[in-house]
Design a protein around this ligand. Sequence first.
Ligand code: NAP
Ligand code: GLV
Length: 309
Amino acid sequence: MTISIICTNKDPKPWVAALRALDPTLDVQIWPNESRKADVEFALCWNHPEGVLRDYPNLRCICSMGAGIDHLLNDDFFPKDLPVIRIIDPLLAQSMYEYLHTAVMYYFRDFDIYKAQQYQSNWKQQSPKAIAHTTIGVMGLGKLGEYSASKFSKIGFNVIGWSRTQKTITGVKSYASDRQLGEFLSQVDILICLLPLTNETRGILNLENINKLPFGACLVNVARGEHLIDEDLITALNEGQLRGACLDVFREEPLSQMHPFWQNNKILLTPHCSSITDPNSVAPQILKNYRLMKSGQALMNQVDPFRGY
Ligand code: NAP
Ligand code: GLV
């Protein structure tokens, strides 16, 4: 029985080391150099090449190397009859919160405005809104969204969240479904996108929805580049509808050198680093799932490929 690590833009070696550190007898191999494709029963994937999973006739389980599974389902030849599992990890949630906290504070304490003033040698104090009167809106109240929403509420922000189904989270007012999206957006000073990329959420950060935000709101997108309509963001920034945007994810990664986002001084961009899975932290859950699979038991962190998350 072989575990194969099939990834294109991640270094697989720390993953092999983390798994072998837990169990030196494990047969962990790296695509495309597995000794026998027929021995592979468990695939650990991140942006695998389209169609490659058809090479493994005895595959029994596919595990994402991160929280999202959109990179798996992008493949038209993805075997949707196999169980799909993903990473759920407290460290991932904490790391995401640390990034979001930095981005939120950057806008909340007007650092974007001070940076622009600095280039004009302009000494001018801004008056930030009170923390309790600053509304953070979190789109997606799953494992990552709920954690951050709850933490922001504990430090004093007014926090509201939007998800498919209604939630009960202390300190966070919950809005649900397309019906309540407009009401949710109309209150948000700093909008955070933490939705999974699905057919329903693709392009949700479009001009129509951005225009429902109060004038001068800020956007933080840490979910997926395809949630955002790039041209709509530029329009909203030019018109002042959005004051600024902090982007960690892009339609094309790495972002093309020619992309207008690089030179836009209202955009703060980072290279998909808001929350990177730590192989040492998640190896125990992967190994546990591998053993559950081998013994035919129910898997942990299983997702529904038909729902898309
Ligand atoms: P999750 O636990 O699956 O949560 C997804 C949330 O989105 C749920 O609250 C769900 O609502 C909501 N949702 C899904 N479809 C919706 C729709 N059509 N309308 C409204 N709400 C909808 O996901 P997660 O673990 O928190 O991760 C979220 C995403 O973050 C990942 O999919 C990935 O794309 C991204 N991510 C990015 C990084 C990075 O480094 N940039 C790192 C990790 C993850 P219900 O609960 O009601 O179903
Ligand atoms: C990162 O983008 C993840 O989905 O874990």
